[in-house]
Design a protein. Structure first.
Length: 419
């Protein structure tokens, strides 16, 4: 029986594994490393976050993004976006150097068992661990508008379903959404010759400002400090003090998690959108049906309170993710339904990311209601990894009933990090 089973090998899972290995825990790590970045983002995309705010976390901070870039002959500079494919390669480099060997099989089921948890891989192997850290990323939480859910995937897809947009060259595509995913996807489509439009519910698009220089007069820094989520004291609080955020009243946390850092496009994609993409603001799709050659959309134009009909060959819904307890389908029914949830439907977590079920820890987007907007970004992995592993160690010191945890079985020998 292992001390810890890490389910997921993205930025959060790899960071947790690095901290756990350094703490001497026996562990296994499962998942395709950096899968969302390698398999669910088209070529040509860039990181929205600053390079210095996009590090995976190891306890000694040795395996940073700027170190990787330097080894590739590239400077990771403030204000210069990093290509997504380079970031994915950085994650693989981090995994090779800072993490025990990752098992690329998928964990399909996690269930409670005496002394901890039972996990089943996609080829049927059963493993046991005293604690589990779920770092499953965003893919289980894909959100598609209700008016489009019944349509076939040949007509409607989510923006995260594409690693290559070439299939849409010379076609007509409608992108729904007003955030970075929608706007960058639309820009890439337009630049490859796709006829593309964006439908957004908002009355106007929001654009992030060009970041101010890293070195500024002291009074400018004091008035609006840099943070991993952008400039300003509010963003600094969200980015750098998730533990204090967790102490806020639940209603306050929920309101912030639902509204802070809403949909916005990066400054470097603005000209590409405004010069080449049709944008229909104040529109919401109310109905859709298949027609020869594609689908017909009915959209409410709120500016005139009337319906508008559009025909298109494909819809890409860049409509984000909803991280609810019910969508953690790899958990057994009794485990999943037994988890305490907060107002937005996500599972509640304690100060060290432990769920209401002792020994089950959560990380990433699913914890945003508990620890704030940073958990929607890579930047949140650093705080999460340290706090979560401390929580695992506390849990291992005592059983749920307060007694000593049994020593691990022979299968729980410590896994060594490869160098």
């Amino acid at each position: 029986m292992y001390d810890l089973l890490v389910v997921g090998a993205g930025p959060y899972g790899l960071s947790i594994a690095s901290h756990a290995a350094a703490a001497g825990l026996s562990l296994r790590v499962f998942g395709r490393p950096m899968a969302s970045w390698r398999d669910h983002m088209p070529g040509g995309m860039f990181l929205k976050s600053e390079p210095w705010a996009s590090n995976l976390s190891d306890p000694a901070a040795r395996w940073r993004l700027d170190v990787y870039c330097e080894g590739q002959g590239v400077a990771a500079r403030h204000g210069e976006p990093i290509p997504v494919d380079m970031f994915a390669d950085y994650g693989l480099w981090f995994a090779r150097n800072a993490v025990p060997e990752v098992d690329e099989r998928t964990i399909t089921r996690v269930a409670p068992c005496p002394g901890g948890f039972e996990a089943v891989t996609d080829d049927g192997q059963v493993l046991h661990a005293r604690t589990v850290a779920l770092a499953v990323g965003v893919m289980p939480f894909v959100e598609i508008p209700s008016a489009l859910r019944a349509l076939d995937s040949s007509l409607v897809s989510h923006s995260s379903h594409h690693s290559d947009l070439a299939r849409f060259r010379d076609k007509d595509v409608t992108v729904i959404g007003g955030g970075q995913a929608a706007l960058e996807t639309a820009a890439l489509l337009a630049e490859q010759g796709t006829r593309v439009r964006v439908l957004a519910r908002a009355d106007g698009l929001c654009w992030n400002d060009v970041p101010p220089p890293w070195v500024r007069p002291w009074w400018q820094s004091a008035r609006s400090p840099h943070s991993g989520l952008g400039c300003g004291w509010r963003n600094w609080f969200y980015a750098e003090r998730p533990g204090l955020f967790h102490r806020l009243p639940e209603r306050t946390r929920a309101g912030i998690a639902a509204s802070a850092l809403g949909p916005a496009g990066a400054w470097w994609v603005r000209e590409r959108v405004e010069s080449g993409v049709e944008v229909l603001l104040g529109h919401e799709v109310t109905a859709a049906r298949a027609v020869p050659g594609g689908l017909r959309l009915e959209a409410l134009d709120r500016s005139v309170s009337s319906l508008r009909t559009l025909e298109t060959e494909h819809v890409i819904a860049a409509t984000g993710f909803t991280a609810t307890r019910e969508r953690l389908s790899l958990l057994s029914d009794d485990l999943r339904t037994g988890l305490a949830a907060v107002a937005d439907g996500s599972p509640g977590v304690g100060r060290d990311f432990e769920s209401s079920h002792p020994g089950l820890f959560l990380a990433g987007l699913v914890t945003a209601a508990g620890f704030g907007p940073a958990m929607r970004f890579v930047h949140g992995a650093t705080y999460t990894a340290g706090a979560l592993v401390r929580g695992v160690r506390r849990r291992l010191r005592t059983s749920p009933a307060g007694g000593a945890i049994p020593a691990p079985a022979s299968g729980g020998d410590q896994v060594q990090v490869r160098r």
